[in-house]
Write a protein that binds this ligand. Sequence first.
Ligand code: GTQ
Ligand code: FE2
Length: 344
Amino acid sequence: MTNASDEEAYTRLAAEGAAPLWRYYGSLFLPEPKPTAVPIVWHYKALREVAMHFAESLSIEDAARRVLMLVNPGLQDPPATVNTLFSGIQILLPGEQAPAHRHTANAFRFVIEGSGVYTTVDGERLYMNPGDLLLTAGWKWHDHFHPGDNPMLWLDGLDYPLVNLLEAGFYEQGADRFQKSVVPDGISTRQFIHGRLNPVWLNSQERHSPLGSYPWVETERALAAIGDDADGCEHDGVSLEYTNPLDGGSVLPTIGCRVQRLRPGFVGRPRRQTSSVICHVVRGSGSTEVGGKTLEWQEKDVFVIPGWLAYQHRNGSRDEDAVLFTSSNEPVMKALNLYREEAV
Ligand code: GTQ
Ligand code: FE2
């Protein structure tokens, strides 16, 4: 091989299933992250119409989960919303039951509209109302039932893009279509909801919050208690993290959730961070500049801030609040010592 041409050596190298690092270095070790996901908004008004269409034309028996996936144009295969996270809009009609299953992927739901549905998570019924955050940590059984009388829609968030990348995905269908109620409804939430008073007999060492749900009434109370008496974060407004009351950590090992109030006229200071964020507009309207692109958003829309793109939030109204619900992979980045942020 010593007398062969470089050409021949490269061919031989490839044939041996190896490659020259010097030809790849620049694309493997970037000076800084370059997200594959692109900044984009999904408009709820349009998606709701399609959801209603499929609610009529596609039975829950056929779909099992009637979910419109929010697919980032940069992340089509496998479909994801940002690098490690997926979000979708799920619709369930009165009388419908989405059957029991479990998966190692962690999930949350944030209720957009309607009421009456309860999701049963490991035998605990959790009722769902607008603005409530519900948790389904990995490998917990869950099924959804709608005994009410109006269509119900919510935002799902799952970490399956990460779980599948790590090749740690397991999935199992329930032997029974639906779980029996085995504990008092909503007990996991009621035991902890006073916030600073934890039940001493519960001392789970798990990596997720012991609460099944974080009701909107409590979230709203927390925001109201602060009112205009704290400036909040110059980038994210009055931003409150949903926490695990046992250790102060994120609600799920791979997903952190927050509610952010952008006061009337709020214009955030631009910044960027290595974590990626999915934002859902609980109320209000405004715009967010992300990586030089202006994303205009209205109530119930969803938009994303891919990692390391500079972003700047603006509440478009001079007299109304804008409230965002955000989910991000910040817990993963921090756990792996990969989190960085900077004002820009
Ligand atoms: O409701 O169990 O959006 O398993 C994606 C996968 C929802 C669910 C999704 C799921 C679910
Ligand atoms: Fe599921």
